[in-house]
Write a protein that binds this ligand. Structure first.
Ligand code: SF4
Length: 605
């Protein structure tokens, strides 16, 4: 791998960090390598928004190589929302462009005295003042910085006013609406007075066996393009799953309280394609191209919403208007806020208003009625500026619920709002949400795809009914291990790539000789390392839980009457993982088997 560029914003010192070769071999890159690099720094006393808090942008060994769906990068640190391990990966073009500058990552520490942005142009690094950019949205800063640099080809990531103001679900955006959405790392960036990082490079990415890698990646891209799931995402976007998710009761409605919503069919990927779709878009060199471009009634073209945003601002809030959802999604993108957490937190507010726990006295006279788009627009602005009720909403659903004495009503795990794949429809998601290292996250395992029979057969996963129970616990763990490999690469989770192809790509790019089994082993190692980080940060067995709403059955819809047998599933999962059922820590013998004996002392002392 190439070096990581380290920048201390307090002193403006820059240096190159050479990644130890053993760590490259043991962790590959991306979120797994970040966990190894940040392990000693992420302590319980570390304030996530202090100058000492690290913010690490990292690529994987395949990023930018024009391999299959590998144009992504990851941002890691300590989450201000959860106070646990934070990772959030992002598409677009920024990651590959950073590699073209000769760096595989950027590691930020310190805090600038005034707002700044970074300009990385091949090996040339500048810390430039950004006072004039503070207060601009994430789309405006891209145009302004490109203009200022005279470089239309530069790629820029940055924060909006939500990150500046410390909203706990502030994200980091790059290119046209690509987001490192979850865990609030935009607030960490804002606390450092870092508005943006612009990159432009011309260097070649080093490959161990380029002559063997090139034909392999071409064949892998051809096969990926012909894969059934790729066709579905290409033709209908990620919201292609919406119709079927609605039918199965997997699409949450009315903040996870209703199994049906008459308007759900109006906001699906197929409806978007038939009505407002104006084009498609792709991350760097991706043959799937799941991104949407839509045309609204005023004739303007906008980024089309993906599945999570559609549900978050659609059925979750009882809205069935795709144009309105597009605008709400764009507002979040411009403010720099995660759409899953924003919609989830608003969902709780609307639910508590209906219940009477929040009143107009609390909202400044504003009634919160389901489906009221205008009110939601206003609320998003209040969140981003942290004004009025927005101050409480900006802290996410757990703290909002706590403030109004209703923490149990918040549909979140460890401070991260649950994504829109209901475990009452796909029982495996119960374990995924409860045990993910970053809270209720679907990107550590999109296990519902396994339940739908969409996982590649080469992964060696058993197929169980979507409502099966304990028998799928070990399967979930295996799928998480494999997705951890993807998050190390940083390969898009929408890419259905055979395991043998993945191992061959790594071997040709990195000069390794890894088998598929060994990759699973590496994935399991990183999963347990992130668990150990969280154990050190205070996470125990009691954190592995589901919100009560997800353990209450729907009365109607495709999953009516079912709740996952969560306690039994978790017990079986602990057995499969080799985790101690009392403390929730990985047992010393499992850590030793994974080459992590060096963490035993820390977490078991
Ligand atoms: S499938 Fe979509 S999100 Fe994934 S890399 Fe391709 S364009 Fe980006």
């Amino acid at each position: 791998m190439q070096p990581i560029l380290k920048i201390n914003l307090t002193t403006n010192e820059t240096s190159e960090y050479i990644i130890p070769a053993k760590w490259e071999r043991d962790y590959l890159g991306g979120a797994s390598l970040a966990a190894r690099l940040l392990y000693p720094i992420l302590t319980q006393n570390l304030d996530p928004v202090s100058p000492e808090s690290p913010l690490l942008f990292l690529n994987g060994p395949l990023s930018g190589t024009v391999g299959p769906a590998v144009g992504r990068f990851v941002v890691c640190g300590k989450s201000p929302a959860t106070a646990l391990w934070a990772e959030s990966n992002c598409g677009g073009f920024w990651g590959p462009e950073l590699r073209f500058c000769g760096y595989d990552g950027v590691w930020i520490t310190g805090k600038a005295a005034k707002p700044v942005y970074l300009w990385i142009n091949d090996g040339k690094i500048e810390v430039r003042q950004a006072t004039h950019l503070w207060g601009l949205d994430t789309y405006e800063i891209q145009a302004r910085i490109k203009n200022e640099l005279g470089q239309t080809g530069a790629h820029i990531l940055g924060i909006g006013i939500a990150g500046e103001n410390g909203v706990l679900f502030a994200n980091i955006m790059c290119d046209h609406g690509r987001a490192a959405g979850r865990t609030g790392l935009g607030a960490v960036m804002g606390a450092k007075n870092l508005k943006a990082i612009a990159v432009l490079g011309t260097k070649k990415i080093p490959l161990a066996r380029p002559e063997l890698f090139a034909p392999l990646r071409s064949a892998a891209n051809r096969a990926l393009k012909e894969d059934n799931l790729s066709h579905v995402f290409h033709d209908l976007g990620t919201a292609s799953v919406a119709d079927y998710a609605d039918y199965l009761g997997a699409m949450p409605k009315k903040y996870f309280h209703s199994g049906t919503f008459d308007g759900a069919g109006k906001v699906s990927g197929s409806t978007m394609t038939e009505t407002i779709l104006a084009g498609i878009s792709a991350c760097h060199a991706c043959v799937i191209a799941c991104g949407r471009v839509v045309r609204l009634e005023d004739g303007t073209k906008r980024k089309g919403p993906e599945y999570e945003t559609i549900v978050s601002f659609g059925p979750n809030l009882l809205i069935d208007d795709l144009a309105a959802i597009t605008r709400l999604g764009e507002a979040c993108d411009r403010y720099g806020m995660d759409t899953i957490s924003a919609g989830g937190t608003l969902g709780l507010a609307f639910h508590l208003f209906e219940k009477g726990s929040i009143t107009e006295m609390d909202t400044g006279g504003q009634a919160l009625h389901w489906g009221d788009v205008k009110t939601i627009e206003k609320m998003l602005h209040l969140i981003a500026t942290r004004k009025g009720i927005g101050e409480y909403l900006s802290q996410g659903s757990r703290r909002l619920g706590r403030h109004f004495g209703e923490e149990d009503e918040a549909v979140q795990v460890n401070g991260l709002e649950v994504a829109y794949h209901d475990p009452r429809a796909f029982s495996g998601m119960a374990l995924v949400y409860a045990t993910s290292p970053r809270g209720a996250c679907h990107n550590q395992s999109e296990y519902f795809q396994v339940d739908l029979g969409q996982a590649d057969s080469s992964l060696g996963l058993e197929f169980y009914d979507r409502h099966a129970g304990v028998e799928k616990a070990a399967n979930v763990a295996r799928h998480q291990d494999w997705q951890t490999v993807f998050n190390a690469l940083v390969m898009c989770l929408f890419a259905n790539i055979p395991a043998e192809t993945v191992s061959s790509l790594i071997n040709m790019a990195c000069g390794m000789d890894y088998s598929v089994d060994y990759l699973f082993y590496i994935g399991e190692r990183a999963w347990n390392l992130k668990r150990a980080i969280n154990n050190r940060l205070g996470l125990t067995r009691v954190n592995d839980k589901l919100p009560k709403t997800l353990l209450e059955p729907y009365q109607e819809g495709g999953s009516a009457g079912y709740v996952p047998p969560f306690s039994k599933m978790l017990e079986a999962y602990y057995t499969a993982r080799g985790w101690d059922p009392e403390t929730g820590k990985p047992k010393p013998e499992r850590l030793a088997r994974l080459g992590l004996e060096w963490v035993v002392q820390d977490i078991w002392k």
